[in-house]
Design a binder for this molecule. Structure first.
Ligand code: GLC
Length: 733
C-alpha cells in the first residue's frame, strides 16, 4: 500500500534488528522499593483508579497533563483493573502488562501511523521528527500515552502519565498480552478509566487532561501555506488570487523564510520590508496571518533573544553545565528549557513582537525538539533510561535536574503552553490560536495540531482518516493533515480528492514543501480550480455546524471527526470502518481515497442517510455502493438531523451576518446552533446563545436553551424538502 524507497528498507532492517534484541529482554526481578499510592474517584460517572509511584528518595513528578487536583479516595485493595501488573525491573525501567482478549481492540495512543486499531504492533512513544511516514514508521511527532481498550461495547482507558520514553507492545507477539516498558528513573502516575462506553471514557479522560476551548472562528476557515512564500509581494499576490477568483480563505501562513536568517521573533528586512504593516494590509482583504516559530534560538552574541537565554540561564544544558547546542534552520542554536516556568514566561513575553504587528496566530514547529545533527536521541538498543550524564542534555524540572529523555515528550507541549499563555497575557480576551507539531497528553489545552510532513500519496490521504480519529480519541479534537500532502508533487486528481476529505478536517490547511509542485487551488488549471472552489465553499457552508461541534467538545470531550462506533457501539460493523468517519453525530463521510475510482462501498449504520449534495436517502444497517464523481462530497446526513448551513462567504469576517439555512432531514428532526462573537473569551461568562430547533408536523420551532449573546441580525431560512422559506427566530417555549 505504501511506496517504499531503498533507504526505507535499510532503515527497516535496522529497526527489525533492534526489535529482535529487544524481544530478548526479560523483565527479571521486581526491585521496587518506594511509595505506591492507590486511590480512586468517579469522573463522568465512571470509576477511575490512580496509582502514584515514586522510587525511594524521589517524589511523584508534577503532572503537566492533568488539570487541578480533586479529592481522591483511598482504594481499599491494591489491585488495578484490567489485571494490570507492574514492577520496577531496573533502576531506569518499569514493566507493565495486561491481558488482551482475542476480541479486544486498541485505539487512541495519539499519533500513530496506523489504522484505527493500533493492536498487533510495538509503539515507541518518543517525540520524533519522522519524515518518512511509511507504514514502518514508529515514533512520530506526538507522544500520548493514553490507550483505549474496547471489548464488545465496553471500553477502558489507560493513561500512563510520564513524559519519559515508553514502549507499548500491544500483543505484537500474538500471545494475548500487552506490555508497556517505561524507561524512567523517576516516579509516574497511572490512571485506569472505566469500564464504560467509548464516549464516556473520552469524556472522563478529557476532564482529567483538559479540553480545547472555543477556537477563534477565523481559524476554522481555509488556511493556505507554503514552505515558503518567499517575500511579501508573493504573500500579497496569493491573497489577491483568492479574492479575485472568489475562493474562500481566511489565513495565509508564513513559513520560516519570513525571518531574518531564521531568527525567531524577527522579520527579514530584504524580503519583508513592510512586515510591520503586512497584517494590517491583509486584514483589509479579510485575511489573518499565522507565523511559524521554532524553538531553536540562533547562537549569535548580537541577537537579544540568545543573549537573554544565556544570561538568564533559560536554555537546556549539557550534563557538564554548558549550554547545549545543535543545528537547526538558523545554524547552531540553543534550546529553551520549557520545563522551567521562568523560560515559559520569558518565551511568552517575546510574542509581543508578533502581537504588536497584528499577527493572529502562532505555528510551533520542530518542537520534538528536532535537530539536524543529532538525529537519534535514543540509544540504539533501549533497555533502560540512560544515566543523566550519558544523555545529550539535561532539563530543570520542578523536582530538579533530569536527563532530557525523562521529559522529552513534554517539550513540544510546554513550548505551545508558553506560546498560548504569552498570547493570552498580551491579548487578554482574544482567543489564542496556536498550532503545534509535537505534543503530549493534554496538548489540547493549548493548541491545534497537524500531523507533520506527510507525502502527496494516496495512502496518506487514506491514513489521515484513522490518524485524525485516533488524535480525537486521545483528547485532541482540533487536528488535520496538510491537504495535498507536504512532500512530493500532488496530482490534480489527488488534490481534488484530498479536498473532498480535507474540508472535514477540524484543522483545514493546504501546505507543501519547497521545490515541489505548487498546490494552491488554482495551480492545476480551470477545471480543477472550479472543483476545489466548490469544495472549499462547502466547508464554509458547514461552519455553523462545525463551530457547534467545538462547543459539544467543550461539554463532553467528543472529538469532531469520530469513528462510527462512537454513536453505534452495539453495531459490530461500525467498529470495522476506518476509511469513513462521522463528523459529529449527524454527518457520515465515506470519501474516495484511491486513484481513478468514482465508486466505493460504504457502511451506513441504522436509520436513513441523506446525501449532503441532495438526492434520495439510503437505507442504513447495510453496505451501499456509492457513486462519488470527482469534486463531489461523499457526505450523508442522518435522518432526524437539522443542519445549520451558512451561505457561502469569502472569509469568516462575514460569518456573523451570513444567512443560515436550517436544513431538515426527515419528517421529525432536531438541531443545535451555538452563537457567540467567535473571537473573545466572553462565552465563558455566558455571552453565547444555545439554540435548539425542532421540526415536527411540517413546522419548525426554535428555543433558546441559553440566551446570553446579542447576535447581530442575520436571516434564517428553513429548508424542508426542496423549499427554502424565511424563518423567524424566536423562543417558542
Ligand atoms: C518542517 C515542518 C514543515 C515546514 C518545514 C519548514 O518540516 O513540518 O511543515 O514547512 O519544517 O519550516
Amino acid at each position: 500500500m505504501v511506496e517504499q524507497t531503498a533507504e526505507d528498507l535499510v532503515w527497516t532492517e535496522a529497526r527489525n534488528k533492534e526489535l529482535l534484541k529487544r524481544q530478548r529482554r526479560v523483565a527479571g526481578e521486581n526491585i521496587f522499593a518506594g511509595r505506591a499510592i492507590y486511590d480512586q474517584r468517579a469522573i463522568a460517572d465512571l470509576p477511575v483508579v490512580r496509582l502514584s509511584v515514586a522510587p525511594e528518595g524521589e517524589v511523584v513528578p508534577q503532572s503537566f497533563a492533568v488539570l487541578e487536583e480533586c479529592q481522591w479516595n483511598a482504594l481499599p485493595s491494591k489491585k488495578l483493573p484490567m489485571n494490570i501488573t507492574w514492577q520496577q525491573s531496573l533502576p531506569g525501567t518499569w514493566d507493565f502488562s495486561f491481558p488482551l482478549s482475542a476480541d479486544a481492540r486498541c485505539m487512541a495512543l495519539g499519533e500513530r501511523f496506523s489504522g484505527l486499531d493500533v493492536r498487533g504492533a510495538v509503539h515507541t512513544l518518543c517525540t520524533t521528527d519522522e519524515t518518512k511516514h511509511t507504514e514502518f514508521a514508529d515514533s512520530l511527532y506526538k507522544a500520548i500515552p493514553f490507550l483505549i481498550v474496547t471489548e464488545g461495547s465496553e471500553s477502558y482507558g489507560i493513561f500512563l502519565d510520564s513524559a519519559a520514553v515508553q514502549r507499548w507492545d500491544l500483543d505484537a507477539e500474538l500471545d494475548g498480552t500487552a506490555r508497556i516498558e517505561l524507561f524512567s528513573r523517576r516516579g509516574w502516575q497511572l490512571y485506569v478509566i472505566g469500564p464504560g462506553k467509548l464516549s464516556d471514557v473520552v469524556n472522563a479522560y478529557t476532564q482529567l487532561t483538559g479540553r480545547h476551548s472555543m477556537p477563534p472562528m477565523w481559524s476554522l476557515g481555509h488556511q493556505q501555506c507554503r514552505w515558503s512564500y518567499p517575500d511579501q509581494k508573493t504573500v500579497m499576490d496569493i491573497a489577491g488570487e483568492f479574492r479575485k477568483r472568489k475562493i474562500p480563505c481566511d489565513t495565509i501562513v508564513l513559513d520560516i523564510d519570513y525571518m531574518d536568517e531564521y531568527r525567531v521573533f524577527t522579520a527579514s528586512k530584504e524580503r519583508f520590508p513592510e512586515f510591520d504593516t503586512l497584517a494590517q494590509k491583509l486584514d483589509a482583504q479579510d485575511f489573518k496571518i499565522v507565523t511559524i516559530v521554532d524553538p531553536g534560538v540562533k547562537r549569535d552574541p548580537k541577537y537579544p533573544l540568545y543573549k537573554e537565554a544565556v544570561a538568564e540561564n533559560l536554555a537546556c544544558k549539557t550534563p557538564d553545565g554548558e549550554d547545549f547546542t545543535e543545528e537547526v534552520w538558523p545554524g547552531v542554536c540553543v534550546f529553551p528549557d520549557f520545563e522551567k516556568s521562568a523560560t515559559r514566561s520569558w518565551w511568552g513575553r517575546w510574542h509581543e513582537f508578533y502581537v504588536k504587528r497584528g499577527i493572529a496566530g502562532i505555528w510551533n514547529d520542530m518542537n520534538e525538539p528536532a535537530f539536524f545533527g543529532l538525529k537519534r536521541v535514543l540509544p540504539e538498543v533501549l533497555t533502560e533510561m540512560p544515566a543523566y550524564e550519558d544523555q545529550p542534555f539535561t532539563q530543570e524540572t520542578p523536582e530538579g535536574t533530569v536527563g532530557h529523555l525523562e521529559v522529552r515528550n513534554h517539550y513540544g507541549m510546554l513550548m505551545c503552553r508558553a506560546t498560548h499563555e504569552g498570547l493570552n497575557q498580551l491579548r487578554p480576551n482574544t482567543r489564542a490560536f496556536v498550532l503545534t507539531r509535537s505534543g503530549y497528553a493534554g496538548t489540547q489545552k493549548y493548541a491545534a495540531v497537524w500531523l507533520g510532513d506527510n507525502n502527496s500519496w494516496w495512502s496518506h490521504l487514506r491514513m489521515s482518516i484513522p490518524m485524525i480519529m485516533n488524535m480525537g480519541l486521545s483528547g485532541i479534537p482540533f487536528a488535520g493533515v496538510d491537504v495535498g500532502g507536504f512532500t512530493g508533487d500532488c496530482s490534480a486528481e489527488l488534490l481534488v480528492r484530498w479536498y473532498e476529505t480535507g474540508i472535514f478536517y477540524p484543522f483545514f490547511r493546504n501546505h507543501c514543501r519547497m521545490g515541489d509542485r505548487p498546490q494552491e487551488p488554482w495551480a492545476y488549471g480551470e477545471k480543477v480550480e472550479k472543483l476545489i472552489k466548490r469544495l472549499i465553499e462547502t466547508r464554509y457552508r458547514l461552519l455553523p455546524y462545525i463551530y457547534t461541534l467545538f462547543w459539544e467538545h467543550g461539554q463532553t470531550g467528543a472529538p469532531l471527526m469520530r469513528p462510527l462506533s462512537w454513536h453505534y457501539p452495539e453495531d459490530e460493523l461500525a467498529w470495522e470502518c476506518d476509511d469513513q468517519f462521522l463528523m459529529g453525530r449527524d454527518i457520515l463521510v465515506a470519501p474516495i481515497v484511491e486513484r481513478e475510482k468514482t465508486r466505493r462501498t460504504a457502511y451506513f449504520p441504522k436509520g436513513r442517510w441523506y446525501p449532503l449534495e441532495g438526492g434520495e436517502p439510503l437505507e442504513g444497517g447495510r453496505v451501499h455502493l456509492i457513486k462519488v464523481p470527482l469534486g463531489t462530497v461523499a457526505a450523508y446526513v442522518r435522518e432526524g438531523a437539522i443542519l445549520p448551513l451558512a451561505d457561502v462567504m469569502q472569509s469568516t469576517r462575514n460569518y456573523a451576518t451570513a444567512p443560515v439555512t436550517l436544513t431538515v432531514y426527515g419528517a421529525e428532526a432536531r438541531g443545535t446552533l451555538i452563537e457567540d462573537d467567535g473571537r473573545s473569551l466572553e462565552y465563558g461568562q455566558g455571552t453565547y446563545n444555545e439554540l435548539m430547533f425542532e421540526y415536527k408536523n411540517g413546522a419548525l420551532t426554535s428555543r433558546y436553551l441559553h440566551e446570553g449573546f446579542a447576535a447581530p441580525p442575520r436571516q434564517f431560512f428553513l429548508m424542508a424538502g426542496s423549499r427554502r422559506t424565511p424563518f423567524l427566530l424566536r423562543n417558542s417555549s
